[in-house]
Design a protein around this ligand. Structure first.
Ligand code: SF4
Ligand code: SF4
Length: 333
């Protein structure tokens, strides 16, 4: 495709031009904001310069936090009125890697093609454009090649920062360069990962009660971090917040939830569908690698490996799937 090699000054001017029409979100390093002392957090934030964008590491959270905020106010209410928050008119430009673009397709299935459309998600989704961030080499725990998400054509332009220059490739005319040397470029994608998965096509019904799940009851602490960093998790809880200075006014919010956390399946009357961490792990893994596929025809997991990166108990979802595969083979499937 036609591309441009720009100096960093030229690229800065290019971003300024884009910022007139787009709000830019990209992974940035938040120094000292990690879960442990002296660790950083890599999260999606609004950016305005090339220097703010973190290209060398995989972000801890995915771009899901832009499309589907962790806490989102759906409407404000008083006794007899309600009002939805204003939606910003500007389009959004997301800097994302191939696996995360595939993840947005999964979010679209759940929020737009799974019965009634979610209009809050739709309003945000219609504004989104993708700038592909190349992965020239795999990061630890990534298994996108096994999930077939290492490659994509679903982006508007891509970016390749070099030592002194920046190369961009513009698929969409909106993102054509305005200065710089014209070049012919194609994005690079990883072709192998150290972590490989064998996902079984068929599962025996006995997998539900298999002994392999019990180890998760003793190891998993139910913190939910694996769900919160997952780019394809879609569950939330609802909260009505009443203001302290007027108990008849407030707002309704939806807040990310996790099937790994205590209380997620609690029902009125005290029943809970999945009380043990073994049951919760089985549900999460089967949802990502089996149930979703039955409905939509392909796996929900995109292989970003963030669940394995973040688990404080060193539980690996990738290993779990490989164990399911072994179990399935031994059961003659
Ligand atoms: S899973 Fe693949 S596409 Fe995603 S960050 Fe890792 S190497 Fe890049
Ligand atoms: S698998 Fe790990 S990250 Fe997920 S809930 Fe259990 S301890 Fe937390």
């Amino acid at each position: 495709m036609v591309g441009y090699r720009m100096t960093k000054t030229q690229f800065g001017q290019y971003l300024e031009h884009l910022k007139a029409r787009y709000v830019l979100f990209a992974p940035v390093v938040l120094q000292g904001k990690g879960s442990f002392t002296d660790t950083d957090s890599l999260r999606y934030q609004e950016v305005s310069t090339l220097q703010e964008i973190e290209f060398k590491q995989k972000s801890h959270f995915s771009a899901r936090e832009v499309l589907l905020p962790i806490t989102q106010t759906l409407f404000y209410f008083t006794e007899d009125h309600w009002l939805e928050p204003k939606v910003e008119d500007k389009k959004i430009l997301l800097f994302v890697r191939s696996c995360d673009i595939h993840a947005v397709k999964r979010l679209d299935e759940i929020y737009l093609r799974n019965g009634r459309e979610d209009r809050y998600y739709k309003a945000m989704r219609e504004k989104i454009h993708f700038c592909l961030m190349e992965c020239s080499a795999s990061f630890p725990n990534c298994f996108c090649v096994s999930m077939n998400t290492n490659h994509t054509t679903d982006y508007d332009w891509f970016i390749r920062p070099e030592d002194e220059t920046v190369v961009i490739g513009a698929k969409h005319e909106d993102f054509a360069g305005y200065s710089g040397e014209t070049v012919i470029v194609e994005p690079q994608f990883v072709t192998s990962n150290e972590t490989q998965l064998a996902v079984p096509e068929q599962l025996p019904a006995s997998i539900v009660t298999a002994g392999m799940w019990q180890e998760y009851s003793s190891r998993c602490i139910g913190c939910g971090r694996c769900s919160f960093v997952c780019p394809t998790c879609t569950c939330f809880s609802m909260q009505d917040i009443f203001y302290q200075d007027n108990a008849n006014a407030g707002e309704r919010r939806r807040v990310w939830a996790s099937c790994m956390v205590d209380g997620f399946t609690d029902m009125a009357g005290g029943h809970a569908f999945r009380k043990s961490q073994a049951d919760r792990m089985r549900f999460r893994v089967m949802h990502k690698f089996y149930d979703y596929k039955k409905r939509f025809g392909y796996h929900m997991c995109v292989g970003c490996g963030r669940c394995d990166d973040i688990c404080p108990e060193y539980i690996s979802t990738a290993n779990c799937v490989n164990k399911i595969n072994t179990y399935s083979k031994e059961a003659g499937q």
